[in-house]
Design a protein around this ligand. Structure first.
Ligand code: ATP
Length: 504
């Protein structure tokens, strides 16, 4: 697993997808830059989301709110008081950890032990093995499951009650060891606010403290009535937005999975109070379908329904994806009640109510939200696509099987050799297609096989090869990345063949 993840990170650099930010200055922790191919892939994921959410739903519109907002926004939303991570230090290594992550990692190890027990039993009993029965009766599994449940309950309790001393005690009772120092010498647990603050205005007296938004959702809530009125929207309707969000994450690890500056794609769906459960179920289903439409394997997704809910939510679930480091949250679907709009009413003193023309009533709508991290989606797509393949001739190839709709470059045009008039024909083909598709011209210097492999590794779904016969028969060879099949087609057919695969 670790190896696969390292490969993902180095491949992302080598093929121009992701660079460390400010690399020449040794980088900035948990901040990344999207390179020439990464920027295209990211844009395509964003577009794929936007089309599915905004363009395909007549009752959803998109906005683009500012990153900086009035500071009272974050009082109302609860972020100033409660957007905290509990931190703990090891006194020997001086390393800082998120207390909840330490406990969760510990619990995860027990989960893995159960998985191992099951694997072993499967091998031993073969076809006769019944997992459900095994889980319900095997003493080892039962003991471990009890431990897991106890840890979960205590973790939920200390978080709920903000019992910081209890949090520390839990870590000590579990005997959690700092991987760096190897000791259990822990400090007290402290809360740390994740918002980045900055100053608005120049002079010390007149400047105001503002925040870089930690989520895009609030830009939607404060605009709710403006959009509803100017767009003459009728409930139920949604407002979508994509954009940067900032969190001063302390345990910043796992590459672009957890960054300090990242992008979200969020949609707030405003519904009549009482109907939120149905809409919540509906959006869970709709969002999972969106993921499955990319063909990355249904077995790589699962729902995680939350038992412990944020104070404003009446239901919440994550769509988890099988990342190289295991199943982790990719997207959240939350039924947020009228919490946000009510808070903004209270803090702004402005009514944020929807007037129902039919019933002649006005009310604060309930909200069901879908919230996905664009960077996490990028990592899901990229890591899932990168494979080493054994070929029938015994050699291996590295191929980035990106869904064709998302691939940064749709096709490479390759003259067999860089002479005999072939480059001119190749250029002409490229010029005819490049408004419609992002294309690349691959000079006829290296062998054709080597150039194909380079495009495979870069994720390009099609290679179009111009050879000497093209001059006479006006045909080219199209090679398909995933199957490596080659097809001889008329030049005029190329556009249709590419479009069929890559059009959103
Ligand atoms: P986590 O528990 O992993 O910190 P979260 O529950 O705080 O995530 P939300 O506040 O629900 O996340 O944000 C919605 C989505 O934004 C997440 O599902 C995730 O895809 C993305 N996201 C959140 N924090 C980060 C981050 N630091 N870097 C990249 N993406 C993030």
């Amino acid at each position: 697993q670790d190896d696969q993840f390292k490969k993902v990170i180095s491949h992302a650099k080598e093929y121009g997808y992701i660079f460390q930010s400010s690399e020449i200055y040794d980088g900035l922790s948990a901040v990344y830059d999207y390179a020439q191919n990464g920027a295209e892939l990211k844009k395509n994921i964003r577009d794929y989301w936007w089309k599915a959410m905004v363009q395909m739903h007549e009752n959803i519109v998109g906005i683009d709110a500012a990153i900086l907002m009035h500071p009272t926004t974050w009082k109302a939303s609860g972020h100033v008081d409660a957007f905290n991570d509990p931190l703990i230090d090891n006194k020997d290594s001086k390393k800082r950890y998120r207390a909840d992550v330490l406990v969760e990692d510990y619990r995860e190890k027990i989960v893995q032990k159960i998985d191992k027990d099951i694997e072993k039993a499967k091998k031993r009993f073969g076809d006769a093995f019944n997992e459900e029965e095994f889980r319900a009766t095997n003493p080892n599994v039962l003991r471990r499951q009890k431990q897991i449940d106890e840890i979960s309950a205590e973790l939920a309790r200390v978080q709920e009650e903000n019992d910081l001393e209890g949090f520390r005690q839990l870590i000590i009772d579990l005997g959690i060891v700092d991987p760096v120092s190897g000791t259990k010498n822990w400090t007290e647990v402290k809360q740390f606010n994740l918002m980045f603050g900055t100053q608005l205005g120049a002079s010390a007296e007149s400047s105001t403290k503002v925040y870089l938004r930690p989520e895009t959702a609030q830009g939607i809530f404060v605009n709710f009535l403006n959009v509803q009125k100017t767009g003459r929207m009728k409930i139920p309707f949604g407002i979508a937005q994509t954009g940067k969000a900032f969190r001063n994450e302390i345990v910043a690890r796992q590459f672009i999975f957890r960054q300090r500056e990242f992008e979200q794609m969020e949609m707030q769906f405003f519904v009549k109070p009482g109907t939120q459960k149905e809409w919540y179920e509906q959006w869970k289903e709709t969002r999972l379908k969106w993921h499955l439409s990319l063909g990355m394997g249904a077995e790589n997704y699962r729902f995680h329904d939350h038992d412990k809910l944020a104070h404003y939510a009446d239901a919440a679930a994550d769509i988890e994806f099988n990342f190289p480091f295991g199943f982790k949250e990719l997207e959240g679907i939350h039924s947020r009640t009228d919490f946000d709009l009510s808070q903004h009413e209270e803090y702004s003193g402005k009514k944020l109510r929807y007037y129902d023309n039919e019933t002649k009533e006005s009310y604060i709508p309930y909200v069901v939200e879908t919230s996905i991290g664009l960077d996490r989606m990028f990592l899901a797509v990229f890591s899932n696509s990168l494979v080493e393949e054994e070929l029938t001739d015994g050699t291996t190839r590295t191929v980035l099987r990106l869904p064709a709709v998302l691939a940064p470059t749709k096709a490479a045009v390759l003259p067999l050799v860089e002479k005999d008039g072939l480059p001119e024909i190749a250029r002409k083909i490229m010029d005819d297609l490049k408004w419609d598709f992002n294309m690349v011209y691959e000079e006829g210097k290296d062998s054709i096989g080597r150039r194909y492999r380079r495009q495979d590794a870069a994720g390009t779904p099609f290679c179009i090869t111009v050879d000497h016969e093209t001059k006479d028969d006006h045909m080219v060879t199209i090679r398909h990345r995933d199957t490596m099949e080659q097809q001889r087609v008329k030049i005029e057919e190329v556009r249709g063949i590419i479009a069929k695969e890559v059009d959103m």
